[in-house]
Design a protein around this ligand. Structure first.
Ligand code: PZK
Length: 286
């Protein structure tokens, strides 16, 4: 890291430049809930997310190339190809939740997709839909229509990003469902490379970039428990935190229960023991 230049911070990640062509993406153990980063860390959370994203990069390479070059031995840092990132978030929704549910309630549409009437919160959609959003530098990403997204990236790039995003979601959601996890929705970020066109970047198909629900508890008609963050949310509700900065410290049982859920998601999806990942992070690439 001696000559890595810090480029930016996400809520829970750091980005460094290694040279003109390569970046280092480092996932911390920080956790956010209700958009606030909490003062207590979840041990190994960054390693779980890094390992899961790398696992998905390896098993979606037939659908799209990606930016991953190497996982470092710490299990939380990845070397990535530097890309020209598209200025849109490529969101795919297979279920009606979050801002999609809100927009549907107001207009019957989500990002210009007219949906059937009578859908309930968390219902599965007849087909997954591509619901792009702008990248807000501060505050919240804003849902936009396909026409608005196409105006930002060009019609051809937009059509390709939509096709790849839907294909990635279908493949991953089917795989995860067989392993007891519903991926209700997910966000992809694509970049462009000279020779390969659109390349999948960022961190993909993790519980931080997606809504993971436990399939065995799925009950549409209301909000679903979060696979990973439910203990944290329940604790925050219990103590009556106002959901504005600063967030509360988490007690040890909430930390350990939450860590267990992250590790469980990793093990269920990859079929690998998390200890095997810690011993040699590259096991997820095989
Ligand atoms: C890139 N971010 C988001 C911000 C983070 C992450 N392969 C790439 N090439 C060029 N730029 C990016 C990527 C990727 N991935 C990603 N911003 C730029 C971001 C802050 C901290 F960890």
């Amino acid at each position: 890291m001696a000559d890595a230049v810090h480029l930016g911070s996400g809520k829970v990640r750091e980005l460094y430049a290694l040279d003109d062509e390569r970046l280092l993406l480092v996932a911390s153990d920080r956790i956010s809930t209700f958009d606030v980063v909490l003062p207590t860390e979840i041990p190994d959370k960054g390693r779980v997310l890094t390992g899961l994203a790398a696992f998905w990069f390896a098993r979606t390479r037939a659908i799209t190339p990606n930016h991953l070059l190497a996982i470092r031995s710490d299990g939380r840092s990845t070397e990535c190809r530097r890309l020209e990132m598209l200025p849109i978030e490529c969101v795919v929704r297979g279920y009606l939740s979050g801002s999609g549910w809100k927009d549907y309630g107001k207009t019957g549409e989500v990002c210009g997709h007219r949906l059937p009437t009578g859908l309930r919160e968390s219902d599965r959609l007849p087909e997954p839909i591509f619901t792009p959003a702008t990248k807000a530098t501060t505050g919240h990403d804003e849902n936009i229509t396909g026409a608005q997204a196409a105006a930002l990236v060009g019609a051809e790039r937009f059509a390709e990003a939509e096709r790849l995003s839907i294909a990635l979601y279908r493949s991953a959601a089917a795989f995860a469902l067989e392993r007891g996890i519903i991926i209700a929705d997910t966000k992809f970020e694509f970049g462009v490379s000279r020779d390969e066109g659109l390349v999948l970047g960022d961190e993909a198909l993790t519980p931080d970039s997606s809504r993971f629900w436990p399939a065995d508890q799925y009950t549409p008609g209301g909000p679903q428990p979060s696979y990973d963050k439910q203990y944290v949310r329940d604790y925050c509700e219990k103590i009556g935190w106002g959901k504005t900065y600063p967030g509360p410290e988490l007690p040890p049982d909430v930390v350990s229960g939450t860590r267990r859920r992250y590790v469980e998601a990793f093990e269920q999806l990859t079929g690998l023991s998390f200890d095997a990942y810690l011993a040699n992070p590259s096991v997820v690439l095989k």
